[in-house]
Design a protein around this ligand. Structure first.
Ligand SMILES: [Zn+2]
Ligand SMILES: [Zn+2]
Ligand SMILES: [Zn+2]
Ligand SMILES: [Zn+2]
Ligand SMILES: [Zn+2]
Ligand SMILES: [Zn+2]
Ligand SMILES: [Zn+2]
Length: 114
């Protein structure tokens, strides 16, 4: 499910203001809930794979200091949204949260490169 944006209004780069994260052996930019990867002048859509580093698991006992227990993740919750497998996670204190059944699942660490 890789498609490209042809109507991208700006060039991602070190100074574009978007968060960049390490994905396998390259850097992706976080843009409005999408992971954008520059490839030969095109912008590809990426999602983090479900793997050992970023498992898609339920962790009902995850005690997180990253946000209040009553916090509800959503489009304007203040956390960056990151596509992971077939769902959307939220970036909290350097790791992925998936809102699930009244708690947050811990889906592993991501490396912010700036
Ligand atoms: Zn950008
Ligand atoms: Zn990528
Ligand atoms: Zn869960
Ligand atoms: Zn957490
Ligand atoms: Zn949130
Ligand atoms: Zn996830
Ligand atoms: Zn959370």
């Amino acid at each position: 499910m890789s498609h490209t944006h042809s109507d991208h209004s700006h060039q991602h780069g070190p100074d574009c203001g978007h968060l960049s994260i390490k994905h396998n052996d390259h850097i992706d930019y976080l843009h409005a809930g999408h992971l954008h990867h520059l490839h030969e002048g095109c912008v590809e859509e990426h999602a983090l794979e479900v793997n050992i580093t970023n498992p898609s698991i339920c962790t009902p006992t995850h005690a997180c200091s990253g946000h209040d227990k009553t916090h509800v993740h959503g489009p304007n919750c203040g956390h960056a949204a990151i596509p992971h497998g077939d769902h959307i996670d939220y970036l909290v204190a350097g790791h992925l949260h998936r809102p699930h059944d009244g708690h947050c699942d811990h889906h592993g660490i991501v490396t912010i490169t700036r």
